[in-house]
Ligand binder design. Structure first.
Ligand SMILES: C[S@@+](CC[C@H](N)C(=O)[O-])C[C@H]1O[C@@H](n2cnc3c(N)ncnc32)[C@H](O)[C@@H]1O
Length: 258
């Protein structure tokens, strides 16, 4: 696959998967994808990643280590159906309060239903808004998380600047995203799986392949670990580091607002 990843200097705002689109055109296309997949999103996540997304998400939650006592608020951006938020709340012994923010009402509707079924309504709230322009005051959250969301946001630098703004001094930024695989053999197998199997599974399970082709392509366009770390640091975060999961299929970036 000769598709070039974007770098720390930009390019994601005008790439919709492998397609070049005009400025301002990406977000509506992304929204359409998630309106279409919302109902099957959680099932497809399990099928597409062979359940691996659960381990990676658990990795995020354990690195975050949410406290079991004291007021503590996390903002989970591009939180979709609430998967990360629910895990954080449970890991805190239902102490944490999680705000799930997403631009897509269809994804949030699934999340609200899941929160109600799990009895997590008191610990969660759902906000429909854009990661590039958060409807919160400065310095209000103890942690900001975003999982498999940032590559869908057109202006990543704007989203990172907003993450920095709404975090309290001392607050933690954690971003889980698909990244660059550092084992060539595994990368080839992963590529074959991604480009052949995933759209087919989408066709069979959800009745359409196209949205899943976008999800796979957008992974290949997203900046690699080093370049994304540079973007996080440029937004003002300190002690920026990352850890790879499954040889870099996913990477978890961490930074602090100090
Ligand atoms: C792949 S899903 C991830 C959902 C969830 N975080 C998870 O890990 O299961 C990506 C989410 O990003 C959301 N999204 C895309 N652009 C966004 C934006 N500009 N602001 C907020 N959310 C956005 C989509 O609506 C979608 O719910």
């Amino acid at each position: 696959m000769s598709v070039q990843r974007t770098t720390a200097t930009g390019g994601m705002e005008t790439s919709f998967g492998f397609r070049q689109v005009g400025e301002g055109d990406k977000q509506p296309l992304v929204d359409e994808v998630f309106h279409r997949v919302a109902g099957r999103y959680d099932l497809m996540n399990d099928l597409m990643s062979a359940g691996m997304h659960r381990l990676w998400k658990e990795g995020l939650v354990s690195w975050l280590n949410p406290p079991k006592r004291g007021a503590w608020k996390v903002l989970d951006v591009a939180g979709g159906t609430g998967d990360i938020a629910f895990r954080i709340v449970e890991a805190s012994g239902r102490n944490a309060h999680a705000t799930v923010l997403d631009i897509n009402g269809s994804m949030l509707a699934v999340g609200r239903d899941r929160a109600a079924k799990a009895g997590l309504e008191a610990n969660t709230e759902f906000v429909e808004a854009n990661a590039e322009q958060l409807p919160f005051a400065d310095d209000v959250f103890d942690a900001y998380t975003i999982a498999f969301g940032i590559r869908n946001v057109p202006r990543i630098d704007a989203a990172l600047a907003e993450a920095y703004r709404v975090l309290k001094p001392g607050g933690r930024f954690l971003c889980l995203e698909f990244s660059e695989v550092d084992m060539p053999l595994l990368d080839r197998a992963y590529e074959a799986w991604s480009f052949n199997a995933i759209p087919r599974i989408g066709q069979i399970v959800a009745g359409e392949a196209e949205p899943y082709a976008y999800l796979v392509e957008s992974i290949r366009k997203f900046p690699n670990q080093q370049n994304f770390a540079a973007m996080v640091a440029t937004a003002g975060f300190e002690r920026v580091t990352w850890r790879n999961y499954s040889a870099g299929i996913a990477a978890l970036h961490s930074g602090w607002k100090l």
